[in-house]
Design a protein around this ligand. Sequence first.
Ligand SMILES: Nc1ncnc2c1ncn2[C@@H]1O[C@H](COP(=O)(O)OP(=O)(O)OP(=O)(O)O)[C@@H](O)[C@H]1O
Ligand SMILES: [Mg+2]
Length: 150
Amino acid sequence: MIVKSLDHLNSISVKISKKLEKGDIIFLIGEIGVGKTTFTRHLINNLQKQKGLKETEVLSPTFNLLYEYDIKDLKIMHYDFYRINKADELDNLGIFSDRLNAIKVIEWPDLIKTPIKNKLEIHFEYGQNDNVRNIKFVGFEKWANLEYEI
Ligand SMILES: Nc1ncnc2c1ncn2[C@@H]1O[C@H](COP(=O)(O)OP(=O)(O)OP(=O)(O)O)[C@@H](O)[C@H]1O
Ligand SMILES: [Mg+2]
């Protein structure tokens, strides 16, 4: 689908945030600067708003690999694996641990080959002009029909 603006991206993130549950894993796929962190920022800030919390800064985890957000009973783990070169470097990052307690959002997830139930992939591409993006949902199980629900 075509994302016309940052506002439009925000409204998409609201709809996804309402369907999110503990245990969900979202892969964000697409080139540098296409909007993966921006989407995550909207998603986290919307969850904070919905739970009556103050919105916090959401920075890119490119250098830290992981930033965590505690949003009342929800924990969001935001990863960026751009700088990881080998799959075994992922072993200590807890991608599959704490599965039932956290929601994981992963930029540059290419090295993760393990099949994941209820995975949602969001593929981003640059669009016709600066603020436009094309996104495609590849959802499994509970996310399978997302493109018709948004
Ligand atoms: N419709 C849109 N959706 C997403 N980002 C947009 C849109 N329009 C403009 N932008 C801008 O594009 C930039 C996206 O940068 P962002 O850091 O989110 O990319 P990224 O995919 O996380 O890059 P990286 O691979 O380096 O982590 C931001 O400056 C954002 O404001
Ligand atoms: Mg990013």
